[in-house]
Design a protein around this ligand. Structure first.
Ligand code: TYC
Length: 101
């Protein structure tokens, strides 16, 4: 009997690479109250009052501040939720995401 040999159709890739991480970035604006930015940072990113205040002040002074890094899905979900919290109050508060180098 001739033996039939078939090549495996799928290649199993070694799962040793770390998932790419994404930064959530807070953008300054002239209208959102400082205390509201701090409240959103604490609620969505589980930061302490002190950490949230430092990040808010850094964005206020420099224009932008990295809040934290997450996997892509988590970063995008948190940025959207935090931006929507501002939108719900009529504020132009904005969080964006970008891949880490
Ligand atoms: N610049 C705002 C103000 O003076 C406060 C603020 C800080 C808004 C950081 C957004 O990402 C921000 N009321």
């Amino acid at each position: 009997m001739p033996e039939i040999t078939t090549k495996p159709r799928t290649q199993v890739k070694a799962q040793t690479e770390r998932p790419k991480l994404y930064k959530v970035i807070l953008i300054n604006d002239d209208f959102t109250p400082r205390e509201f930015v701090v409240t959103v940072l604490k609620g969505e990113f589980k930061l302490s009052e002190d950490q949230a205040h430092r990040i808010m002040i850094t964005a206020h002074r420099r224009g932008v501040c990295v809040v934290a890094v997450f996997t892509k899905d988590v970063a995008e979900t948190k940025a959207t939720r935090a931006t929507d919290a501002g939108k719900a109050k009529g504020y132009p508060l904005l969080f964006t995401t970008e891949p880490e180098e």
